[in-house]
Structures are given as C-alpha cells and as structure tokens.
Design a protein around this ligand. Structure first.
Ligand SMILES: C[S@@+](CC[C@H](N)C(=O)[O-])C[C@H]1O[C@@H](n2cnc3c(N)ncnc32)[C@H](O)[C@@H]1O
Length: 235
C-alpha cells in the first residue's frame, strides 16, 4: 500500500491516538520554533505540538502526499498543498526554512536500500527549494549503528509482516547517515538536538506502529532516539 493511501485511511486514528511521545514532541517543537522564521515549508504535515502563536508569525505552507493528513491544518487556516517530498512543485530558492517532521522514515519504496536513496532524493529537493543561507530541520527517530544494520538485515521480513497488516515499511536511519547526506547536498553548520525530558522513564508506554494503535511497549524496549538535526544551505 502506498503511504498516501495508508495515511488517508489512518489519519483519524493518527490524530486521535496519543503515541506516548508528547513530551519529546513538545521539546522538539519548541526547538524548531526558536529557529524558524520567514517563508517556511513543512513537509509531511506539521511538527507535532506546534504552537499556534509561533505558527501565526510565519509565512507557512504545509505539504503532504495525504489529503486526509492535511485536513486539520487546512481547517485551522494554514496553507496546504498535496505534494511529494521527492519531487516538490515549488520553484528553486523559494523558502527560508524547510522542516521535515517525522516523515523521512516513511519514504522507503519498501526496501532499506531504496529508503537511503529516497532520503538523498528528498534532501536534494529540499536543497533546491531553500534559499542560499536557508535552513533545514529534520525531526526524526534515529537509531544506533548496530541497530541500523540489524534493521537492514531484517527489512525483508519486517516488510512482509507489516504487509500482512497493510502497513508500508518504515526505516529509521542513523543520525550519522542523515549527517552524511546533508554534507553531500552542500549543507553546512550541522547541529543536533536530542530532546531529553527530565521526567521520562524507560517504562513509559509508547505506541510505536501507526496502524496498530492497540500495540503499546515500554519506551526502553524501542531502540530509537528522537533527534532534531539542522543545517544551513551553503551559498
Ligand atoms: C508519521 S506522519 C507525521 C505527521 C506529522 N508531521 C507529525 O509529526 O505528527 C508522516 C507523514 O508523512 C507523509 N508522507 C509520507 N510520504 C511522503 C512523501 N513522499 N511526501 C510528502 N509527505 C509524505 C504522510 O502522509 C504523513 O502525513
């Protein structure tokens, strides 16, 4: 199933279900909002826990392949566009900031290897639509190198199992992989922010799989680490 179809069918549950990442999302949102200004493109929906006040000061467009995922933003009066991160419909150098909130791990073409290629394609597109000196913000779940290689080896089976439930493959990349692609796409001044809520416990329940909202696991058993990477498009 294509991500657009999957998210059109699951948008209601996605927005109604607390995934258990609230405090992390809160910290990431405040971090992003301290940095973004001017004309901003958010690809793959909005950054969760965004503040309406912060957003109202921006010239913001939200892009997504799923019309149902865009619906609440459109209804809130935000400018939206049905668009694919891999082939954006915007002219070169149109934005001061581009945010990718929890979207890159969904762009996989159903294989671990293809997912790496697709991330390169997306970041190339982001580079194209950013003004020189503009900034990219990637909010993601990162994995350690060993987990990344296990994930690669397990991807065919993961794909099969998720496929039975009608869920497209997701691939969580390592922060090192994202940094490498950013450097290859001529981004500079890379920085990383790891949200670390003081009251978080490894036992806190999270719902790690969109499409299986009944599945809850303790955070400590899910080997991902939220990160916000940012970088500047070189002149
Ligand atoms: C996990 S949701 C994140 C939604 C929101 N950003 C958030 O963090 O709550 C992933 C989003 O990425 C969108 N998406 C998936 N593939 C995409 C693509 N190729 N281009 C643009 N959006 C895409 C999905 O439709 C979905 O809205």
């Amino acid at each position: 199933m294509e991500p657009s179809q999957f998210f059109n069918s699951n948008a209601g549950t996605y927005y109604d279900t607390d995934a258990g990442m609230g405090t992390m999302n809160e910290l990431s949102a405040r971090h992003i909002e301290q940095g973004v200004c001017g004309r901003v493109l958010s690809i793959g929906g909005m950054w969760p826990r965004h503040s309406p006040e912060a957003v109202s000061s921006l010239d913001l467009v939200v892009a997504d392949v799923s019309d149902e995922m865009l619906r609440p933003h459109r209804e809130a009066g935000i400018s939206t566009v049905l668009d694919d991160a891999r082939a954006l419909s915007f002219p070169d150098e149109s934005f001061d900031h581009v945010v990718l909130p929890l979207v890159l791990h969904h762009i996989t073409e159903q294989s671990w290897r293809a997912a790496r290629r697709e991330v390169q394609k997306v970041l190339g597109e982001v580079r194209r639509v950013l003004k020189a000196g503009g900034q990219i913000w990637i909010s993601e779940f990162s994995v350690s190198r060993p987990v990344y290689w296990v994930e690669a080896a397990a991807a065919p089976v993961t794909r099969l199992v998720l496929g039975f439930a009608g869920i497209p493959l997701v691939v969580m990349h390592s922060a090192e992989f994202y940094r490498g692609v950013l450097l290859r796409q001529r981004f500079t001044d890379l920085s990383s922010y790891y949200p670390a809520p003081s009251d978080a416990s490894w036992r806190d329940p999270i719902r790690p799989i969109i499409g299986l909202p009944w599945l809850k696991v303790p955070r400590g058993l899910y080997p991902v680490r939220p990160v916000v990477l940012s970088a500047v498009a070189a002149w």
